[in-house]
Every structure is written in C-alpha cells, then in structure tokens.
Design a protein around this ligand. Structure first.
Ligand code: ISJ
Length: 127
C-alpha cells in the first residue's frame, strides 16, 4: 500500500488539499477522506482482490455522493442548469485533469466513466 497525496485543486496558494477550500474558517468544517490504495500486484487471491475492491468502492460512493451534491449546487447557481446547461468544454477539462491522475485508464475510458457520473449527477439534481 502506498500513500498518494493528490492536490485536487491545482490552485496556487494555501488551500485544503481535500476540497480546494482556501485556508480559513470554512476549511475547518470540511471532513477529510483517507483511504488505503491497494496495489494489484500485492493481491494474490480473489478474496483479497474483492476486499480491496470493496474498500475502494466504499470510498468511491462517498466521493460520488459529495460530487453529486456539489454538481447540483452548480446547477442552481449557473444561469441555465440541468441537462439544458450541459457544458462539453468543461467536461473535457475535467477529463483532461483526471487523465493526469489516471494515466493507465486514459482519456477514452475516463470520458465514458465521467459521462456516466455527470449524467447521473444531473439526473439526481433534477429530482
Ligand atoms: C457542474 C456543471 O454542470 C454540468 C455538470 C458537470 C459535472 O458534473 O461536472 C460539468 C459540466 C456541466 O455539464 C458545470 O457547468 O460546471
């Protein structure tokens, strides 16, 4: 297992690495998510691999729920929200940034994954 710290913001200046909130009052309210990152080469059995998947999926579920809530906020804040306000340019930027963190998945797979994530988030925001 390896520690990997991801600066999810890409922003300069001091900010919370987990949420991008600039240092200050709001940052202290943001919970942190810390998860083990399994390495496939270290796993020898189906049971070990499934346990690793279960751990990753638990973290993914937390991240996806948070992401959907923040994406729903954007729908309320921007002039045209929901599916009508879909922004392919912004979605490409998201995939490009993610591809730097996941080079072995690559842009094509990430595009498929994020398309599903974004569509499900917009659908959830609609309800
Ligand atoms: C959140 C936004 O609205 C939509 C949803 C996106 C997302 O879930 O990341 C990205 C772009 C838009 O299609 C946005 O415009 O930033």
């Amino acid at each position: 297992m390896h520690d990997q710290v991801i600066d999810a913001t890409g922003a300069s200046g001091p900010s919370c690495p987990a949420c991008g909130t600039p240092e200050g009052a709001a940052a202290s309210r943001a919970p942190l998510l810390r998860v083990p990152l399994p390495v496939a080469d270290d796993l020898a059995t189906v049971a070990q691999a499934r346990a690793a998947i279960d751990g990753l999926d638990a973290a993914l579920a937390v991240l996806l729920e948070r992401r959907a809530a923040v994406a729903a906020l954007v729908q309320r804040l921007k002039p045209v929200g929901g599916f009508a306000g879909r922004n392919p340019g912004r979605e490409r930027e998201i995939v490009d940034a993610m591809a730097e963190h996941a080079p072995s998945l690559g842009r094509d797979h990430l595009t498929k994954i994020m398309n599903a994530v974004i569509e499900a988030g917009l659908d959830a925001a609609d309800r």
